[in-house]
Design a protein around this ligand. Structure first.
Ligand code: GLU
Length: 462
């Protein structure tokens, strides 16, 4: 019987939700859906000092916003819980005890100073550092504080990486490493493969930064007598726009929630993330999730780091914005411009739609509705034309098409071009160089407000 596919992400709630977490979740979900598999969310939260419940909540919130939903997790447990590592500490202790009993791990009583001295000695002798196995061969007496070290069997560790093909590591280069710290908590290197095995994870799909961890984890899987995952996939690192490693502190693109705040549509960000590191081999750039499930394959995932490209994201987001129905776009814009009435927003949407690549830009286009710009000083000629506009606008039905028609007539009568006629009107009404088309700019304001701004400007001159 074929084993059913189970994949997972295992974020650590130690900071704001990271773009890399969402990207890994997406690839996991695509693979799970291709195989009718299950997608598990486990929290790697054994770093007691840095974990915060609010970071955990941010992970849920941002993944949910993106529609990257999990079949099993801390709040919707399946058969292999608990799904928080902090609640599984006994499980790790039990397996560590078993390794010790079987002679595959041992207690290490070395102090940090002693280990540091070993490291320095290796440096002085210009050799790569490996733990000396002092506590295996000749443990010091009378000490009670210990960590647990895995006795690395060495040899060659080979596995299949769905992105990179067959990978081989020389485990003779790996020193005995710590699997349980002196505080009784497991290291990532230990907890992760134990959980992957107990949670019946069949494919480990994660970031490239974990590629070098895989031989460590496979040795543990073997030592524990667990079944190895069928395969791994190490996805390219996401690099910042400047080519540097994406840093939570320096790069806004690392922070998932910022994308929502700036008005990127979740479906557009997903589409963009899929293309960051993978390409379909065709010209197609806009994909629904269903289309991604159809098209995605690990053999078209690039090996090199994937540079974040704001321009491309903006383009994709603009495409998604333009494809939204007007009422849907109005609904999504509302939180960005809470001061704008729903009916005004609906009126603005057709004009906004073609001018935005992210929803937050609506504020720049619409804030003139609630901020009164200072009246500019006009020369006599311009004042005359503003007056012509005022006259034309006084009795026109107050909606964009009718306004456009009377203004076009006023432009024709004035003898100057549209640009020259409209620029001062835009300036008076909005105080900006860029705005929605003038007939929309006017129609979105109540007529009295529009006319009073124009009249005030014409008066300043007189
Ligand atoms: N907690 C690790 C991380 O957030 C999980 C790595 C893994 O997928 O094994 O990077």
């Amino acid at each position: 019987m074929a084993v059913s596919v189970r994949v997972r992400i295992a974020p650590s709630p130690t900071g704001f939700a990271h773009l890399g977490t969402a990207s890994t979740a997406l690839y996991n979900i695509l693979f799970a859906r291709q195989n009718n598999g299950a997608f598990v969310l486990r929290l790697d939260d054994t770093d007691l000092e840095r974990n915060r419940p609010e970071y955990e909540a941010l992970i849920y919130e941002s993944l949910t916003w993106l529609g990257l939903l999990w079949d099993e997790g801390p709040n919707n447990p399946g058969p292999y819980g608990p799904y928080r590592q902090s609640e599984r500490v006994d499980v790790y202790r039990e397996h560590a005890a078993r390794l010790i009993a079987e002679g595959k791990a041992y207690r290490c009583y070395c102090t940090p100073d002693e280990l540091e001295e070993e490291r320095r000695q290796a440096q002085r002798e210009k050799r790569a550092y490996k733990y000396s196995r002092r506590c295996l061969m000749n443990p010091p007496e009378g000490r009670s504080v210990f960590a647990v070290r895995f006795k690395v069997p060495g040899g060659e560790i080979a596995f299949i990486d769905m992105v990179r093909g067959e990978m081989k590591f020389d485990a003779d280069l790996i020193g005995d490493f710590i699997i349980v710290k002196s505080d009784g908590y497991p290291t990532y290197q230990f907890a992760s493969p134990v959980d992957d095995a107990l949670m019946k994870i069949t494919h480990v799909i994660r970031g490239e930064e974990h590629l070098s961890n895989t031989p460590y984890q496979l040795m543990l899987v073997d030592a524990l007598g667990f079944e190895r995952p069928a395969a791994y996939a190490h996805m390219p690192l996401i690099l910042a726009n400047d080519g540097a490693k994406l840093s939570k502190r320096k790069h806004p693109e690392a922070n998932l929630i910022l994308f929502r705040e700036q008005g990127y549509l979740p479906e557009a960000l997903l589409n963009y993330m899929a293309l960051l590191g993978w390409n379909p081999g065709t010209e197609q750039e806009i994909f629904t999730v269903d289309e991604l499930v159809q098209a995605f394959s690990f053999d078209r995932v690039q090996h090199a780091g994937a540079r974040f490209d704001w321009e491309k994201l903006n383009w994709i987001n603009g495409e998604y914005i333009r494809r939204l129905a007007d009422d849907e776009l109005a609904r999504r814009l509302q939180p960005f411009v809470p001061r704008v009435e729903a009916s005004t927003l609906e009126l603005a949407v057709p004009a906004l739609k073609t001018r935005m690549h992210k929803l937050s830009q609506a504020v720049d286009y619409l804030d003139y509705l609630w901020t009164d710009p200072p009246a500019p000083a006009l020369d006599a000629e311009t004042t005359k034309r503003v007056q012509q506009a005022i006259n034309a606008l006084r009795d026109v039905p107050w909606e964009p098409e009718a306004i456009e028609a009377v203004l076009e007539k006023a432009v024709a009568d004035s003898g100057v071009g549209k640009g020259k006629f409209y620029t001062p009107l835009r300036d008076i009404l909005t105080g900006k160089k860029v705005s929605l088309p003038i007939h929309y700019t006017l129609a979105l304001l109540p007529r009295e407000v529009a006319l009073s701004r124009l009249e005030r400007a014409a008066l300043v001159r007189q």
